[in-house]
Design a binder for this molecule. Structure first.
Ligand SMILES: C[S@@+](CC[C@H](N)C(=O)[O-])C[C@H]1O[C@@H](n2cnc3c(N)ncnc32)[C@H](O)[C@@H]1O
Length: 258
């Protein structure tokens, strides 16, 4: 924020700038929380299906929100203003349109980042941040342990819903990584007979490799509770559950992408 260069005095000018800076830092969470709200309300998909610039009143009508609230249109306007400022939408002739960034927030886009957003902004993943200073003072390995009393993967083992959210979030970049690797880095796979993906999650990435390189035998290796939730293997893809700190299946090559 630019402050007027008038006669408030250099010291006051500096103090005001410092205060504004602190306000900006304190309220930084508004950006991510507004984005989360937009995803929960399905705003990118609604604007996308509209097929042309969408006016505020059309958007308000299309949203599943409390339309009895007289101020609701103004609140949606303010939410959209934050999201435009953050680069998620543009406004053209009074209508909202997607940007390349919000296209990655469409439910059915193959590169959709919605699962990653849902995981990272879930209270389970956010709460460790509230324990950061406590963690600095104790001997826990991670702030997650301080917040939840158990390490992340133990927590996921006990909470299937969270485990599913975590594995889907980890797989969000699989399509993109797979397409780059299979189109531009084929040499990496040359001469391989077998490859094990250690900590391979739900196998989304390895499955794409297995489709692209049918002559190679692939194994997805992950904790037993993750493997239990995986689909059946295909001809050249097997799933194995275990603990990588004890042993891992043998193969020509090991992929460790964590
Ligand atoms: C950060 S995720 C990465 C997932 C995937 N490789 C990716 O890049 O999207 C780490 C993975 O390691 C697995 N993992 C953690 N500890 C493990 C262990 N001791 N043995 C086997 N897998 C483990 C987790 O279940 C999780 O799927």
């Amino acid at each position: 924020m630019e402050l007027p260069n008038n006669d408030i005095g250099e010291k006051n000018r500096e103090a005001l700038a410092a205060q504004a800076h602190i306000w900006n830092q304190i309220f930084n969470f508004i950006s991510s929380m507004s984005l989360k709200c937009a995803i929960q309300l399905g705003i990118p998909d609604i604007i996308h299906s509209h097929g042309r610039p969408m006016t505020l009143s059309d958007l308000v009508d299309a949203l599943s929100i409390n339309n009895n609230n007289a101020k609701i249109q103004d609140c949606v306007y303010r939410l959209m203003r934050i999201l435009i400022q953050a680069g998620f939408f543009i406004q053209e002739n009074e209508g909202y349109l997607l940007t390349p960034t919000s296209r990655l927030l469409l439910k059915d886009d193959p590169m959709s980042m919605i699962p990653f957003l849902q995981l990272q902004l879930d209270p389970i993943m956010m709460s460790p941040w509230h324990y950061l200073s406590k963690w600095f003072q104790n001997e826990d390995s991670t702030p997650f342990l301080t917040a939840h009393g158990k390490p992340l993967y133990e927590y996921a083992e006990k909470e299937p819903k969270f485990s599913c959210l975590f594995n889907e979030a980890m797989a969000t970049d699989a399509q993109f990584v797979a397409s780059v690797m299979t189109e531009h880095c084929k040499g990496v796979f040359e001469g391989l007979k077998s490859l094990v993906d250690v900590g391979g999650g739900n196998g989304a990435l390895t499955k794409a490799f297995a489709d692209a390189f049918p002559q190679i035998n692939f194994t997805v290796f992950d904790l037993p509770h993750v493997i239990e939730e995986c689909d059946e293997g295909i001809k050249n893809l097997t799933y194995v559950g275990g603990d990588m700190f004890k042993s891992i299946p043998s193969a020509n090559a090991i992929l460790l992408k964590v």
